[in-house]
Design a protein. Sequence first.
Length: 367
Amino acid sequence: MKTYGYGHQSITEADIESVVEVLRGDYLTCGPAVRAFEQAICAYTGAKYCVAVANATAGLHIAALAAGLGTGDEAITSPITFLSSANCIAFTGAKPVFADIDAHTADIDPDEIEKRITSRTKALIPVHFAGQSCDMKRIATLAKCHGLKVIEDAAHAIGSDYRDTKVGSCAYSDMTVFSFHPVKTITTGEGGAVTTNDPDLYAKLCALRAHGTHKDGEMAHTWEYEMRELGYNYRITDLQCALGVSQLKRLDEFKRRRREIVSYYNENLALPHLEEMPYSNACFHLYPVLVENRREFYFKARAAGLNLQVHYIPVHTQPYYRATYGYKPGDYPKAEAYYAKCISLPLYPSLTDDDLSEIIRRIKGIL
């Protein structure tokens, strides 16, 4: 019996050859492929600057630091996300604050954000869940009114559009963070990137990625460097970036197929699912549906060769967040209601129409 996971990378011979070419060259890291990947991301998104990093968690961390978050500050994010969206706030010494979701999209609700803003709030970190952009125009308006930085967590959303802009253009934010994990739309194995249009933020991001070091002025032409702040080794390799450049060439193709699969599911499965808003043209990363008796459904699906996944356990219910910040079940009812029933179906470009028919046949046999 053929098995299906919820996500899977798509690797071609061209991808493989791009990595082999780097292996045959002079630079395995800190070389020209890194800059080529950053330039390709800028060309695709329309952002002025890009800093490629080891993973999206690293990207979120240095973005939070570049935004000036620190002890005594607060930043607001979604409870329906992977841990990194909140952990990056905690890494800086600031307090992660959550705002409940819009039940139609599972994206953070701007009205709920507004309720959570205090004199200690310094940044907003909206999460583009499943690939659909949050309502960034409304979020940007809130941020401007309160003097806040905005960091888009677009780990799910490379290739997506919001209104007439690409996610990652930073038209409505200060920085955007992408993920290139194997289950994401394009992959570098592990990897991430931060885009921005602000030269000062760009300089901070570059330094934080490389131990806090700077090589400017005459130092650019010598062995010398200066460490001016505490930074990290969050560099990505040329091997990974060569793969990223190759994958990025097929991003629009991946998006087209992902949207076709979502339409197929919508037309052939009578299960509640997330809605796409009029302002969105999403490159869908996930296709979550809502089911009754989710645990039973999950194990029956596994027995039927469907290795599905749940996205996500609400972050505020995790033991660390309960013990450290006093959060408790019931704090964010829409997020918790969504989590109680959500499960993600297979969604990746190599699924054929025959695969989709078979997946739907098996799901209907479980329901």
